[in-house]
Design a protein around this ligand. Sequence first.
Ligand code: ES4
Ligand code: ZN
Length: 337
Amino acid sequence: SQLHAFLHALPKCEHHLHLEGCLSPTLLFALSAKNNIPIPSDPSYASIATLTERYNNFSNLNDFLAFYYRALDVVVSVDDFEMLGWEYFTIANRDGVKHAEVFFDPQSHTSRGVSLETVVSGFDRACKRAEKELGITSKLIMCFLRHLPVQEARVTMDEAVKGGYFDGEESVISALGLDSSEVGFRPEIFQEMYVEAEKRGIRRTAHAGEEGDPTYISGALDGLHAERIDHGIRLIEDADLMDRVIKEGIMLTVCPLSNVCLQVVQHVGQLPIRKFLEAGVKFSLNSDDPAYFGGYILNNYCAVQDAFDLSIAEWKTIVENSIQGSWCDQARKDELL
Ligand code: ES4
Ligand code: ZN
């Protein structure tokens, strides 16, 4: 696209990236062979090509999530989790990412008999290697699966606390998130865990306003004291709530290619990017589940540029907001600015 070299060179921060969403068809088939775990017999899984083709045709969030959870069967050992994390960081490095705050879904693994320790150790190794070898700083955000009973989130949180992973911003897990099927699973259900996270000095974010209406966004702000909102694009439907988000400086983590792939919008140009810029809503641009949605972060930046033809000054605003909205310390922000 136009400005491609400029966009590539920008010091990018990523805030909305599911490590499990980096499991490409190629890596899925490789781990299946390595671990001797069968690929599902469903015709979609006949080959890397047929699976890739199916990934290009999701009808909505739940249709995608079924594939996302199912693919994880082949990921079992600490090495596998490290490999999945490393897959992300090497491609992010190629795209010019300098700092990444990445999600993982422990319940999608513990429900298969994989321990929290295995998951956290593998991802933590990938993060440490990324800092050492690539100079990428990162944070891990543990997400609860909102379609599962709240009691299971409670158990997951207790296990993270007991393991010593979850005590203040400097611990292995530095933040809490909420993801999976949105409509019908309101943020407030998870209030108790978010209150506890706040007491423990843990940062908080939640997916809201992707498929859900703006009351899911206000629910995440009021009920969970979320400091950021993941997706949040339906904020554009509520002018008063938008004023509040602007006043409080809440950042949205917007994922353009994801929204198109999951048919939240028909094309990137339908996203309220220009309206958010003009109104002063802070947002970062992110890749969500890049192995499923046709591109990593640079593809998302390029898709926005192709759709909106933003000015250099507007790109500077986006990049500065995404650095300032990060949860790294001020010294790291100053290096990136
Ligand atoms: C997700 Cl795009 C999206 N939305 C909600 N939950 C998710 N988990 C992984 N990707
Ligand atoms: Zn997401």
